[in-house]
Design a protein around this ligand. Sequence first.
Ligand code: FES
Length: 297
Amino acid sequence: MSYKIVEKEEVATDTFKMVFEAPDIAAAAKAGQFLIVRIDERGERIPLTIADFSSDENTVTTVIQALGKSTKKLTKMNVGGSISDIAGPLGTPADVKQLGTVVLVGGGVGIAPIYPQISAYKNAGNRVVSIIGARNKDLLFWEERVKDASDEYFVATDDGSKGHHGFVTEVLKNILDEEKEKIENKTLENPKIKRVVVIGPPILMKVATQMMNEYPDVEIIVSMNTMMVDGTGMCGGCRLIVDGKVKFSCVDGPEFDGRLVDFNTVMNRLTIYKREEIERAEKYKKECEGGVCSTLD
Ligand code: FES
């Protein structure tokens, strides 16, 4: 079986939207799930969160940041090309239900997986407030898409090149404080914001979760999708501690109650992965310079 690339677009610097023809996966996919992709039989398994899907068009969409050797190789492929394997949809779907107001926060490449959740929460009858952010405006993408799908929409960039000058967590805090103030002033009887969902770099999810201590009545959900390796529950690469128990992001998650996640073990593990990834990317670059990269995995 092979899966055809039907669309490819560089949506932000080194960040590519890639759409694959995959009817079975498109029919079964739900917000919050992920895929494991292999370029060819010898290829590395690449975990990718589902950014969109259409059972009418038989397609599944991912947004890929070309950081490591395999993601660089994948994003060099073009429309009409095929990859050998897509396993999925994997992982537990997001626990989407009618709650009231839900704030969805997507940081960096986390904008992609937050998008299907916006639509899912909206379709479940919620009022959806979206906040997306990146280091600078060139790294932002899907602004119109997110805006159109949301009841309220905010954007933030670390360097102030677009929207709020600062972090998405600051925008989140403003929204939560505004509601808190209305409750205190008695201009609002009952809290409306019931849940915050944050998807992005682990440091963002850690900071957001810590910040949510000030709002104990609001749930905080995080997606530990960046930790996966083989996505099968076998390699142990995505092991994390949740509520004092060992969990695997790929089979027990990727979404967890942020307040129960031990972020320190997560950060330590990711530091090791990052180092290995840089080393492999460097090696791949050297191989390419020598003109042999396409034959190597
Ligand atoms: Fe290997 Fe989860 S990615 S156990």
